[in-house]
Write a protein that binds this ligand. Sequence first.
Ligand SMILES: *[C@@H]1O[C@H](CO)[C@@H](O)[C@H](O)[C@H]1NC(C)=O
Ligand SMILES: *[C@@H]1O[C@H](CO)[C@@H](O)[C@H](O)[C@H]1NC(C)=O
Ligand SMILES: *[C@@H]1O[C@H](CO)[C@@H](O)[C@H](O)[C@H]1NC(C)=O
Ligand SMILES: *[C@@H]1O[C@H](CO)[C@@H](O)[C@H](O)[C@H]1NC(C)=O
Ligand SMILES: *[C@@H]1O[C@H](CO)[C@@H](O)[C@H](O)[C@H]1NC(C)=O
Ligand SMILES: *[C@@H]1O[C@H](CO)[C@@H](O)[C@H](O)[C@H]1NC(C)=O
Ligand SMILES: *[C@@H]1O[C@H](CO)[C@@H](O)[C@H](O)[C@H]1NC(C)=O
Length: 412
Amino acid sequence: MLIPRASLYLFLFYFIKFVFTYADDSDASLSIQLIRQKSPLEQHINSAKKLRNHGFNVDWIFKKPSNRTNDSVALYRYHDNEFYAKIIVGHPGQSMNVAFDTAWTLSWLISDQCPWTSIGCLYHNKYDHSKSSGYKKDGTPINIPEGSYNLSGFLSYDNFYIGHSNVTSQLFAEITNVPKSYIFSKIDGVLGLGLQTESDAYVPIFYNLLKQGKIKDPLFSIYLNRDAQSEHGGNIILGFIEYRHVHSKKDANNHTIYDPIKYLPLKAGAYWQFDLDGVYFNGDKDNTFFFCNESCTAISDTSGTSIYGPKDQVDKIHVAIKARQTWIGKYTVACETINKLPDMAFVLGGQNFTLKGRDYTIKMTWHSFTFCVSAFIPSDTNNMWVLGGAFLSEYYSIYDIGNKQIGFVKAA
Ligand SMILES: *[C@@H]1O[C@H](CO)[C@@H](O)[C@H](O)[C@H]1NC(C)=O
Ligand SMILES: *[C@@H]1O[C@H](CO)[C@@H](O)[C@H](O)[C@H]1NC(C)=O
Ligand SMILES: *[C@@H]1O[C@H](CO)[C@@H](O)[C@H](O)[C@H]1NC(C)=O
Ligand SMILES: *[C@@H]1O[C@H](CO)[C@@H](O)[C@H](O)[C@H]1NC(C)=O
Ligand SMILES: *[C@@H]1O[C@H](CO)[C@@H](O)[C@H](O)[C@H]1NC(C)=O
Ligand SMILES: *[C@@H]1O[C@H](CO)[C@@H](O)[C@H](O)[C@H]1NC(C)=O
Ligand SMILES: *[C@@H]1O[C@H](CO)[C@@H](O)[C@H](O)[C@H]1NC(C)=O
């Protein structure tokens, strides 16, 4: 059996972090604190020194891997799940770390039935239905292609406890096979916050919270903390808009005036997808661009920090900011330049949503090394941008299921 030994050792040194949840005072609404998980790259880098002190050879981290470790390229592409929360499943409760993913509908958990030979399941909390009185069998097998891998398993029902609220008989997938790279992820599963569609009988967890009367208003909102050094990654706010996360100013009478929330109608489908009027990049004269002059769309993706865009467009931005591609597939820029990088803006509903250089780069440090990684990732999405954490940390987002719209406003 081929186990990447160094990866296993790295995993032993993961920090255990605590997640706190709290309920809002008002009824039927609830705010769950998320914590920020360092990206897999950062975890490697931060563990390297400790590992060296323990006599392990970790030089491979800084070298281009052989072709055999192509899997670890996929890891950064698929496992940039940087925000998660702790929830309880079943009775008696089993604690699981889950991502809240707006670009995904079906909720899933790693199953206790994942065989020990499946490396990606190692070092995770695993859901064991034989220990839960809330479990109800469905058993339908499922197979979800994820990149070049498959997530496979079967469907089950159980009760989920999120913050101080609970949902009974939620249908979800017990996953018995995950890609190897999941060994680097803290996440034991995903709660899908995608939209329910008419063609799909599946009821996502937020819709069940509404149906079972646990949440009054059919909306949730997501605040991501832009301070990457903070353990507090943000909040997912179920049922309301938390105005302390909305940018405001004081008027002449010292009254607080909140920035207006820009609402955009949703496209049909399971994604939180909306029209994107354009993308400005304001570099020097040779590097000023306007993309998406014909119809473009964007989706919100809370599962990671990256912003994905059409390859030709992202490539132009990377040339303009002098980014270099690293072996892990991400692009780095010289850290001393990040405060001088040009602004860029996504035009939504006729309004500019601007990001500065320090917003669209992510600074990582280890020892005397500092890396600045571009948040942009070129993809083959035709005329579509995926707005992840780098955008959502600057703009508080409101997911209004009742009115089929999404809202953005400068975060405070
Ligand atoms: C690795 O892959 C590259 C490009 O796919 C190829 O040129 C090279 O020969 C491969 N190296 C090994 C050791 O297989
Ligand atoms: C890595 O895997 C992908 C998909 O399996 C393949 O397209 C790509 O060429 C591989 N890269 C290397 C360097 O082997
Ligand atoms: C993924 O599942 C499909 C069937 O849906 C199968 O054809 C394919 O071989 C599977 N891929 C892997 C890597 O297991
Ligand atoms: C969960 O929800 C059900 C039905 O809404 C309720 O009866 C029960 O008391 C709740 N709490 C627990 C701990 O199960
Ligand atoms: C405005 O109100 C805040 C409290 O809300 C107070 O601390 C501050 O001193 C006031 N400023 C002025 C100019 O009145
Ligand atoms: C977008 O296209 C329209 C019509 O082709 C043109 O009038 C407009 O100037 C273009 N806008 C930008 C910013 O390039
Ligand atoms: C948005 O930003 C671009 C580039 O900085 C600017 O040309 C344009 O006028 C701005 N639009 C609005 C509505 O502010």
